[in-house]
Design a protein around this ligand. Structure first.
Ligand code: ZN
Length: 233
């Protein structure tokens, strides 16, 4: 089986300024996610906001089968030309896994065409993530549900287009529900949105979370078919 090339993009700002986040992710969330993806058999590289071109040069994107995206407080600092470059790569077939607050990235909003707004609350409550599509590849290896002991709540309504496939929904201790594992097809590309991952909790250290991200990478990987030619015959 072909080894997939995964690029993990992280804003990498909270880890430098917030003591709690630094303690959980001393080398950045991308390092922890990267190590987990290597353990799942992928070839991994990382890219961060403060690198030239945010680390997302044409060469890097050309060598990327699936891009994982984490951003939060600096969405506005992501250059529009880089967003356009990544967008085109997704439309051409590169897979994209968008994590947590990446829902508000320029890239995700452009791909969805909606505000991608939602409700949230930060009190460290429990989340239960239910598998509602057990035959889907992203559910591979998961039980009926798994819990995240303490997290930030995201609640409906989540202003996204109706997902092409919905794999996971969350329940929160405060009573809210949320569409936490959503699949979309755009052009030749596949996009998986996965909700968990607030930076002040050790969520990316959790095995089930890593399993879902790895499953999302496998699902979103390009099929590398022949380039489609649009013509009048
Ligand atoms: Zn958050």
């Amino acid at each position: 089986m072909q080894e997939l090339n995964v690029t993990i993009w992280n804003e990498f700002r909270h880890e430098k300024t917030d003591e709690r986040v630094k303690e959980l992710y001393p080398d950045g969330m991308h390092a922890v996610i990267g190590h987990a993806m290597e353990n799942h058999g992928f070839r991994v590289r990382t890219a961060t906001l403060d690198e030239p071109d945010h680390g997302l040069t044409d060469d890097v994107l050309a060598q990327t089968d699936v891009l994982i995206w984490w951003g939060h407080k600096a969405h506005h600092e992501v250059q529009d030309d880089i967003v356009e470059r990544v967008y085109r790569q997704v439309m051409a077939g590169m897979g994209l896994v968008v994590l947590h607050s990446g829902h508000y990235s320029k890239l995700f909003k452009k791909l969805m065409g909606t505000t991608c707004s939602l409700r949230w609350r930060e009190v460290g409550e429990r989340e239960r993530i239910w598998v509602i599509n057990p035959g889907h590849p992203i559910a591979a290896g998961l039980d009926h549900y798994f819990d995240i002991p303490a997290t930030e709540m995201y609640g409906e309504h989540f202003d996204i287009p109706t997902p092409d496939e919905l794999v996971l929904i969350s329940w929160f201790e405060g009573g809210e529900v949320f569409r936490s594992g959503c699949c979309f097809y755009r052009g030749n590309g596949k996009i998986f949105y996965f909700r968990p991952g607030h930076e002040t909790h050790p969520i990316y250290h959790q095995g089930e979370v890593q399993q879902v991200i790895a499953n999302g990478v496998r699902w979103a990987a390009p099929i590398n078919g022949p380039a489609y030619r649009y013509s009048n015959k």
